[in-house]
Design a protein around this ligand. Structure first.
Ligand SMILES: Cc1ncc(COP(=O)(O)O)c(C=O)c1O
Length: 451
């Protein structure tokens, strides 16, 4: 087949998109026979790899018995089983799943749920509706999710359409917001939340949303325990809900079932997505704490919200089969162990002058590029270092996930490396070898422009 497939409105109309016909384990195969090692699991989605027979069978069985029953009227067995399974593995009290279809829709749900909670509790015209979030964080492309996101290039074209939100500085150990010498920089970053709440008025603030480990917008930047514990204290002090967005980092990606567990903090709501059904079906949701669920149960019993495909039966069956497979093969533990090894081996890429930082947790790693390591100077955006490294890796049959903006919203090129948890030793060699070669291929052009 030749020519652009114009019937599909792709993200980039000038780009050539290989046509994938098959996936197996960590590999995707195109219609020309080329094999790609998926070093970023799509967008850190395909945690269990492609072609897991038990998941495929569960999907087929559910399609045969009942593909869809609208959740405004019915419940299905897979929807109940999946929610119970997630609740039994989550931090204490987080036991109720509100289903959604994708991460952005789940973020919208969490934002509206936080508003609805205060209306239930305090009476309908509660002024608590504002959500505070962080610069250089990512929560999705729908208007509400984009409004709380801190990724500048993705926000800017739609700025006038975005509902109001307040952003505070991120918590980034490599790029500390108060300079490299500042003591207690992470506590100061957390205290920015208190300042913002006081500025806006606690009576207006409903929630704070953050990724415990920032993914797409900054490249695997983890918070600290005392940062999130201080965030929790501040939220409690000012009667603000804490929403942990685990769309990318959840379901074992960082070596714990939820990444917030690294920081001994219990949020009020956890946003779920990606790894929930690991790409076998569109599936996401919000995991809700007892104290919020119980309030709805005691009061009106209704959350005015909902989408047609919430709790889709096939997607729930896929999700449950994925979670069962993870359990059976101890894949969260494996993500921790294999991920530590992956991280150790990625650290060797610091030998390149272009590599400023290699950071991450479990199977979620970020490599940030700089043109001056001592000064941590980011490359000029026009050089598109992350895009070029990604293209070079792809030429070598390896897919990684490029990003930019972690320094000031625009500058700060990085790639995310996050293969399926089932990746084998030799496949890690193949992945790192291609990234290594890709950096070597890109570096001369970057440093030539500096000279
Ligand atoms: C942390 C986080 N939240 C929300 C989203 C939005 O999810 P989706 O693309 O499924 O709408 C993403 C997507 O990358 C994400 O990484």
């Amino acid at each position: 087949m030749s020519g652009a497939p114009e019937a599909v409105f792709t993200r980039d109309l000038r780009r050539h998109y290989p046509r994938i016909t098959r996936g197996e384990g960590v590999y995707l195969y195109d219609d020309e026979g080329k094999r790609y090692l998926d070093g970023c699991s799509g967008a850190l989605v395909a945690n269990v790899g492609m072609g897991v027979p038990s998941v495929v069978e569960a999907i087929a069985a559910q399609a045969k018995s009942c593909a869809f029953a609208h959740m405004s009227v019915f419940l299905t067995e897979p929807a109940i089983r999946l929610a119970e399974h997630i609740g039994s593995r989550a931090p204490a009290g987080l036991r109720h799943v509100y289903y959604a279809t994708g991460g952005s829709e789940a973020v919208e749900t969490a934002l509206k749920l936080s508003r609805a909670y205060f209306m239930e509790r305090d009476g309908a015209p509660s002024p608590k509706s504002l959500v505070i979030s962080r610069w250089h964080g990512w929560h999705g492309n729908t208007l509400g999710a984009l409004s709380v996101s801190g990724h500048v290039p993705r926000r800017r074209p739609y700025g006038l359409m975005l509902p109001p939100a307040v952003h505070i500085e991120p918590c980034n150990a490599y790029r500390q917001p108060y300079g490299p010498e500042a003591a207690d920089w992470d506590l100061r970053a957390a205290n920015a939340l208190e300042a913002a709440i006081l500025c806006e008025g606690p009576e207006r603030v409903a929630a704070f949303i953050a990724e415990p480990v920032v993914g797409a917008a900054a490249g695997a930047v983890a918070g600290t325990t005392r940062y999130f514990q201080r965030i929790r204290e501040i939220c409690d002090r000012y009667d603000v809900l804490f929403i942990a967005d685990e769309v990318m980092a959840g379901f074992g990606r960082t070596g714990r079932y939820f990444s917030i567990e690294h920081f001994d903090t219990i949020p009020d709501l956890i946003v779920l997505g990606k790894g929930m059904a690991a790409g076998y079906a569109p599936m996401a949701g919000v995991l809700v704490h007892d104290r919020i669920y119980d309030l709805f149960a005691e009061k009106s019993g209704r959350f005015v919200h909902g989408h047609t495909y919430n709790g889709h039966a096939i997607a729930c069956a896929a999700g449950y089969a994925v979670q069962e497979y993870m359990e059976e093969h101890r894949l969260v533990e494996r993500a921790a162990v294999t991920g530590a090894d992956l991280g150790r081996r990625l650290q060797a890429l610091r030998k390149h002058e272009l590599v400023g930082d290699v950071r991450g947790l479990g199977m979620m790693w970020g490599i940030e590029f700089v043109v001056d390591r001592a000064a941590k100077t980011p490359p000029p955006r026009r050089l598109d270092v992350s895009g070029r490294v990604t293209n070079e890796a792809m030429k070598r049959g390896v897919i990684v996930y490029p990003g930019a903006g972690g320094v000031d919203g625009v500058l700060g090129d990085h790639i995310l490396v996050g293969p399926p948890f089932v990746i084998k030793d030799g496949e890690i060699d193949e992945l790192i070898g291609a990234v290594d070669e890709a950096i070597v291929a890109v570096a001369p052009a970057v440093f030539a422009t500096r000279a």
